[in-house]
Design a protein around this ligand. Sequence first.
Ligand SMILES: Nc1ncnc2c1ncn2[C@@H]1O[C@H](COP(=O)(O)OP(=O)(O)OP(=O)(O)O)[C@@H](O)[C@H]1O
Ligand SMILES: [Mg+2]
Length: 282
Amino acid sequence: MTTDTPTLPEDTGRETRVLACTNGSAGSGKSTTAAALAYAAAKKKKRVCVIGLDKQRDISRLLGYDDPDGDKDLPTMYDVVDKLFTLAEAVVPARDSKTKEVIPELWVVLESKQLESLEFKLAGETARELWLYQIIGELRGRFDLVIFDCPGDVKLATIAAIIASDEVVGCTKSQEKEARGLTELEDKIAEVARAYGHTSMPTDIDWVIITEGVDHNSQGKVYKDMENQLRDAYGDIVLETVGDDVKVPEAYTAGQPVTLFAPNCRAAKAYTKIGRQMQLYR
Ligand SMILES: Nc1ncnc2c1ncn2[C@@H]1O[C@H](COP(=O)(O)OP(=O)(O)OP(=O)(O)O)[C@@H](O)[C@H]1O
Ligand SMILES: [Mg+2]
């Protein structure tokens, strides 16, 4: 990295909100949501750090690093697991994949393919579910917002992220599979809270975001029914529906958060509103 690379923001004692974007099911819009909200908040001058926990490395890509494993000088979350870097040392500036420029106020802890062996790596550790809880303090006071982008299951990385977080964001599509993933997530949070409730961990899902909503012409009614069921089940923690938008996969291809790629598209506008609903910014 060049000498004008910004250094890690110092601890100003600011209040930090730590969110976990998660679902028991894969492909439910977690990475899209984490990137979109993170960029929207950074754009509003909030200081934001996204922590990637998935071997698929989607959030790394969306925040400007297509192949973190390809550059040996780049720290990743796996190096943190390996204790080669502290969490704070592993924070790098997010980049705009198109211009290659650093995105102001936005930071990321990158992912490695090696995260695949996380469970194995931590197998012998005492209270390994507390792994992230024990280190997240390194970032509190430095950022307004920290977002974990979890893998698509409720195994160790997700459980550890939930325990380390203040709020759980359940991301779901308006389809049966992802909605079931939300139920699985709720059950897991309850189970984990029974064991680790003495920490300040969340005891339920705090927010539900429905991505890719009701616009499928052929199946519109099925999607709308599921959306209604989700709203009945979760009430007013269900935020603005994001809706199906081709700009989302296009943004992925471009390696940009959708709120950067096409700020005026439907999905970006919905995410910007969601950030306001969550009071991440005004
Ligand atoms: N609003 C949307 N409109 C259209 N496509 C979307 C929308 N939201 C997400 N997608 C697409 O759905 C797929 C899954 O989204 P995403 O990668 O954000 O989910 P994920 O939960 O992070 O998945 P994984 O469990 O694999 O990490 C992607 O191809 C993404 O482009
Ligand atoms: Mg993902």
